[in-house]
Design a binder for this molecule. Structure first.
Ligand SMILES: [Zn+2]
Length: 382
């Protein structure tokens, strides 16, 4: 394509709608949607349905009992295959977070619970659908849009659905937040989570402590060993982050438990840690160990096809007038699921900002138009 002129025009056209885009973002952020609150997440789904209906789409709803209903829609009837665009409507923020951290624009930053992860990505996805309907984007392939509702709970209730849709697609674009600086996420670590349970025996800590088996003592001894399963050189981390145990200061602790979070670059490493955790041996005589959990998400690794996708994205970005880098995320996403099926996946196509899952979470307002334009052109060119 000869050109910077038409490309810049697209950014300008989108820029001219900034007020509308921010209003849509405000509406989405002000509908708080913690993953475990089906009633609240469904309000976001209703807004998405209404918006898509108004654009001439016929969105489909997949009802879920425990989490919000999934929404999806498809555009086009081209023979040439299909692109899947994937985003999630749930956030990690509890109801009431908005009161402490209201939606607001300060200079170039837009703040609010879930704005970065990933209500802004939902807005980008909705705008792409709008631009398809307006004829601003003319893709070669069919484009399917999927709005899930339990990504922040590792997508248990949408996983099968994501996998089926990914298998029916040639490539997957994920509008999750990018890395700091706006870089795309071309690799993601895999994630495992566990609860290790220690069963001991209670006794009076003063009268007959020798009759007890102290589960908290066992837990304390295990933590250091569990952390030592990390392999920093390989990028493997294993951390205990929540512990619980005992019930009274003068009772030998009968029970204790520890959560274990693990991140790894290769499935082999994930399986190594999984195996070691399952073979932990008690230090304190008489303790019984129990372990729950496992690998939630396999790692997203780079493939020749995902490298090609990245290059296309970088070319488009430079036509649009900005640089686009790439990198690794320690956090998992639905990209781990689709990439594990061997479907080329490009992740981090949302709006640049910072502070996912933190109170200073924000996006950069001036990045809205260029990033939505990037997504538009990617869909067109791939
Ligand atoms: Zn997310």
């Amino acid at each position: 394509m000869g050109g910077n002129v038409p490309e810049r025009n697209l950014v300008e056209k989108i820029q001219a709608e900034t007020d509308q885009i921010i209003e849509l973002l405000r509406n989405l952020v002000e509908l708080e949607s913690p993953s475990h609150r089906k009633d609240l997440v469904d309000r976001v789904g209703a807004l998405v349905l209404e918006h898509l209906g108004a654009q001439g789409f016929t969105p489909q709803v997949v009802s879920r009992k425990e989490v919000g209903d999934i929404v999806w829609a498809e555009w086009g009837d081209q023979e040439e295959g299909r692109i899947l665009v994937l985003c999630h409507m749930d956030t990690v923020w509890e109801e009431g977070s908005l009161a402490r951290n209201p939606f607001r624009v300060e200079d170039d930053r837009i703040y609010g619970p879930g704005v970065f992860d990933m209500k802004a990505g939902v807005v980008a996805t909705l705008k792409i659908q709008e631009y398809l309907a307006r004829g601003w984007i003319c893709p070669r392939r069919k484009v399917r849009f999927l709005y899930t509702t339990d990504e922040e709970l590792t997508s248990t209730h949408s996983r099968e659905f994501i996998e089926d849709f990914a298998r029916e697609s040639d490539l997957v674009l994920i509008t999750e937040p990018p890395l700091p600086g706006g870089d795309l996420k071309t690799t993601r670590k895999g994630v495992g989570s566990y609860v290790v349970k220690f069963h001991g025996k209670s006794a009076h800590s003063g009268l007959d402590p020798e009759k007890g088996i102290n589960a908290v003592e066992e837990l304390a001894q295990q933590i250091v060993g569990i952390h030592s399963l990390s392999a920093p050189a390989l990028g493997t981390t294993v951390t205990v982050n929540v512990v619980r145990g005992g019930h009274a200061p003068n009772v030998i602790a009968e029970y204790a438990e520890a959560t274990v979070d693990t991140r790894f670059r290769t499935l082999e490493e994930g399986e190594r840690v999984d195996g070691e955790l399952r073979h932990l041996k008690p230090h304190v005589p008489g303790i019984r160990l129990e372990i729950e959990g496992g690998i939630d998400r396999p790692p997203m690794v780079k493939t020749p096809r995902s490298e090609e996708l990245l290059q296309s994205a970088q070319e488009i970005a430079s036509e649009l007038g900005f640089d686009l880098g790439e990198g690794e995320s320690g956090g998992g996403s639905d990209g781990n699921i689709t990439a594990a099926l061997g479907i080329a996946t490009l992740d981090g196509l949302g709006i640049p900002g910072d502070g996912a899952h933190a109170w200073h979470e924000h996006i950069e307002m001036s990045a809205l138009a260029p990033r939505i334009a990037l997504l538009a052109r990617l869909i067109e060119r791939l």
